[in-house]
Write a protein that binds this ligand. Structure first.
Ligand SMILES: C[S@@+](CC[C@H](N)C(=O)[O-])C[C@H]1O[C@@H](n2cnc3c(N)ncnc32)[C@H](O)[C@@H]1O
Ligand code: SF4
Length: 367
């Protein structure tokens, strides 16, 4: 399954998987380049053998919402994303970009780095991206071959007043185009901007289905307001954008034993397309974690995705929220130069050789 090991899908959708094979059988693969053609053939064989194990709820949601003409490009992209997790090869350019509109947040969730005082006191880590830098990054990512982007990183993206323009600039440039939000600041104007931008996935980060528990986890948020905002989003989508391909998801972080995934699912499944829960990764004070927390396998971010912070700093992943593993800055170098540079390759090869314990903070990171 192409899903995060920490994520649990609470809802499932009926889908006729055989319709995927039909698309593969009717597709003229001469349009594909050599590498993609090979992947296409591998996938076709799998599907012919009725092996759909690589299609998880996430893929089903995309396939259901998007025109069949886009299925093959999407599944080839998802195959690559899964393939590069194994460190067999190093792609020329990141497949997936996590781009930070802002590193600041209006909430203080106890499981998030936004409660780490050392982070909050480090003023060099707090700020928002300007539109010109954003544009430069998007232009290079698109021409370099990035197919998936998330416009969210360490902070709450809707706090950047330029977010509407940023969303508009990304319109139709990527196969997967996602944003996570705590939904506290959604308003009609922003909802229209989001839906106009052809975002493919919106993740509402909500961890509970009732006020007391929700407000103890999303500290600073108001349950009624967040619920109203999400309902408003869905209402505007259904009324004004009936053909929208956006997938709406509630994603909860599980931190307390008392959190009940079943009741959580029952509450939210009638409002959004699907509901997931992720286990809280110990990252609210990552740099002080015990080394016991270190994941036993090489990092799954390296060699396929890249995070770019608001000031242009390039970081292998946003688990490293203080940017210790800074690989360079897109103001000084291109993304490709940094991606293919010695510093990044050394870290990649070291993880590949099972030496993540030699690097701080990888040596205490659970991802
Ligand atoms: C850092 S937040 C930034 C975006 C926005 N403020 C939000 O909450 O959606 C990005 C995502 O990480 C999730 N998250 C934060 N801390 C986490 C943790 N310790 N373990 C797992 N997920 C976490 C949030 O719930 C959210 O979906
Ligand atoms: S999880 Fe999101 S909403 Fe909560 S503190 Fe972190 S950045 Fe803010």
């Amino acid at each position: 399954m192409w899903k995060s090991k920490h994520m649990k899908f609470l809802t499932t959708t009926e889908f006729d998987r055989k319709s995927i094979l039909v698309e593969f059988e009717n597709f003229d693969n001469t349009k594909l380049d050599v590498g993609d053609k090979e992947i296409f053939e591998k996938l076709k064989i799998k599907f012919k053998q009725k092996d759909y194990s690589i299609i998880s709820e996430q893929e089903i949601q995309f396939l259901q919402k998007n025109p069949k003409e886009s299925w093959i490009g999407y599944l080839i992209h998802r195959w690559k994303f899964s393939y590069y997790e194994n460190y067999k090869e190093f792609p020329d350019f990141p497949l997936y970009l996590i781009l930070e509109p802002i590193s600041i947040c209006n909430l203080k969730c106890p499981f998030c780095h936004q409660v780490d005082e050392k982070f909050l006191k480090n003023k060099s880590q707090l700020g928002m991206m300007g539109f010109e830098l954003f544009k430069k990054i998007i232009d290079e990512s698109q021409s370099g071959g990035t197919k998936a982007i998330t416009l969210t990183c360490r902070g709450e993206p809707t706090m950047n007043p330029e977010i509407g323009r940023m969303l508009e600039y990304c319109k139709n440039k990527f196969i997967e185009f996602k944003m996570n939000t705590n939904a506290t600041m959604l308003n009609e104007k922003l909802i229209h901007q989001i839906l106009d931008s052809n975002l493919t996935d919106i993740v509402f980060s909500v961890d509970s289905y009732y006020k007391e528990e929700f407000e103890s986890l999303r500290v600073g948020a108001n349950f009624e307001k967040v619920l109203e905002n999400i309902k408003k989003f869905v209402e505007i989508k259904e009324k004004n954008y009936p053909d929208s391909r956006i997938v709406t998801r509630i994603s909860g972080v599980k931190m307390l034993d008392e959190q009940d995934p079943e009741k959580f699912k029952e509450f939210w499944e009638n409002i959004v397309d699907f509901v997931v829960m992720v286990n809280a990764l110990p990252k609210w004070d990552l740099y002080s974690n015990s080394k016991e927390e270190m994941s036993k396998s090489p990092c799954h971010y390296l060699g396929r995705s890249l995070s770019i912070y608001f000031d242009g700093s390039v970081i292998p992943c946003d688990m490293d929220y203080q940017g210790v593993l800074n690989m360079g800055n897109v103001k000084d170098n291109t993304i490709k130069e940094i991606w293919q540079g010695t510093k990044y390759k050394e870290l990649f090869n070291s993880h590949k050789n099972n030496e993540r314990g030699k690097h701080f903070p990888c040596d205490r990171c659970p991802a």
